[in-house]
Design a protein around this ligand. Structure first.
Ligand SMILES: [Zn+2]
Length: 335
C-alpha cells in the first residue's frame, strides 16, 4: 500500500462511488466524487482541500450540499474540479440558499471551482462566503498533458472519458519518492534533523544542484554551514518513482476510452475502477455506457497496474458482489 497516500473507498462497493485519499505527508486529503459521504467523519472531511468530480449524475455529486453545510462559516478553501458545466452547477446550488447571515460568520469559506474541458483547458470561478457566494470568474494556471494540479510533492491528472457525456478519470501521483540513506548521513559526519526535510523540499522544488543547503553536523567545529544540493543528493538521497493511484468510473468500453484509461492508469500502484455489470450482461453495460467486471480487470492488466480495486457495482447483483470481484480479478491476472 502506498505509504504516503492512504486511499479509502467512501462506501461499500454497491454504494455511491467515491474515494477519500489522505495525503499523509501533507496533513490534507482529497476526495474523488461527491456522492453520499455520510460514512466519512466530519473530522476527515475537514481535511479535504480538493474534490475531483467525475461527472454530475446525482450519485457522484449529490453530496455537495452536505459538504457545504459542514464547511460553512469555517475559514477554509476548497477546490472542486469537474467536467464542463461544473462552475455553473455550483453557482446554481449556491443560489438555491439564502445567504443574508453569512457575512457575520467567523470564517470565510472560499470555494474555487474549475471546469476541465476535453483538451485539459481549465476555467475557474470563485465563490466566497464573505461575498454571499456571488460568482467571480478568475484566472487559472494551465498545464500540459492533462495536469490539473502540479505541486512539489504530487500531480493530479485528468482525462475525459465517454459515458454518453464527458466523464473525468483521474490519477494522483507522487512526483518522486525520496529516501534518506541514514548510514551515509552518519558517515559524512552529518546529524539527522529537520534540515533533511528542507533538503527533500529543495529536490522536489527542482532547486539547482549548486544551491547551498544548511546542514547539521554531529560535530560542527571547522565545518561549513552549508553543502551544495547536488553533493547531498548524490551522497545521501535515493530517488525512486512516485506512487500512483488511478480512479476511473462510469465509462463505456470503447476503443477510445480503452486507450485513455490505459494511458491514465499506466503502472499505477492501485487502479480503482468501476465494475458495474457482469460480463454476461455486457449488452446492458454497453447500453448504459458502463464497464463490466471483466472489462475493468482487462483494462487494469493492460495498463500494468499493480493492484485492482473494483467499485460501483450495479444493485442488480446485490447478493452477488463476490462474482463481480472474482470476474474482475480473474481478467486482471490474465485468467
Ligand atoms: Zn454516471
Amino acid at each position: 500500500m502506498p505509504r504516503h497516500f492512504d486511499p479509502q473507498l467512501v462506501n461499500d462497493r454497491f454504494g455511491d462511488a467515491g474515494l477519500y485519499v489522505d495525503l499523509v505527508f501533507q496533513r490534507r486529503a482529497v476526495l474523488f466524487d461527491l456522492g453520499d459521504h455520510a460514512n466519512v467523519s466530519p473530522r476527515k472531511l475537514l481535511r479535504v482541500g480538493e474534490v475531483f468530480v467525475t461527472h454530475r449524475h446525482m450519485d457522484h455529486f449529490a453530496g455537495f450540499d452536505s459538504l457545504l453545510r459542514l464547511l460553512i462559516g469555517r475559514e477554509k478553501s476548497l477546490r472542486i474540479y469537474g467536467p464542463p458545466g461544473m462552475i455553473e452547477a455550483v453557482e446554481h446550488k449556491l443560489k438555491a440558499y439564502t445567504w443574508n447571515l453569512v457575512e457575520g460568520y467567523d470564517g470565510n469559506l472560499v470555494i474555487r471551482v474549475i471546469d476541465v474541458d476535453e483538451t485539459g483547458f481549465m476555467s475557474a470561478a470563485e465563490f466566497q462566503g464573505r461575498s454571499r457566494f456571488v460568482r467571480a470568474d478568475c484566472e487559472c494556471p494551465q498545464y500540459d498533458d492533462g495536469i490539473l494540479i502540479r505541486e512539489p510533492d504530487f500531480l493530479v491528472r485528468a482525462s475525459t472519458l465517454d459515458h454518453g457525456i464527458p466523464v473525468l478519470g483521474f490519477t494522483l501521483q507522487e512526483r518522486m519518492e525520496l529516501n534518506i540513506l541514514r548510514s551515509k548521513v552518519a558517515s559524512l559526519g552529518l546529524a539527522v534533523g529537520s534540515w533533511l526535510r528542507r533538503l527533500k523540499d529543495a529536490v522536489l522544488g527542482e532547486t539547482s544542484d549548486d544551491s547551498p543547503i544548511q546542514v547539521d553536523w554531529l560535530d560542527a567545529v571547522g565545518r561549513p554551514a552549508t553543502l551544495p544540493l547536488g553533493l547531498l543528493k548524490r551522497e545521501i538521497l535515493k530517488a525512486g518513482p512516485g506512487r500512483k493511484i488511478a480512479y476511473v468510473v462510469d465509462c463505456a468500453f470503447t476503443p477510445e476510452n480503452e486507450g485513455k484509461i490505459v494511458a491514465l492508469a499506466r503502472d499505477a500502484d492501485i487502479l480503482f475502477i468501476e465494475a458495474a455489470f457482469l460480463d454476461a450482461d455486457c449488452a446492458v453495460a454497453a447500453d448504459r455506457r458502463h464497464l463490466t467486471a471483466r472489462q475493468a480487470g482487462w483494462l487494469g492488466r493492460k495498463a500494468g497496474a499493480k493492484r485492482l480495486v473494483t467499485l460501483h457495482h450495479s444493485p442488480r447483483y446485490k447478493e452477488q458482489g463476490e462474482l463481480l470481484t472474482v470476474e474482475a480479478q480473474k481478467a486482471f491476472l490474465g485468467g
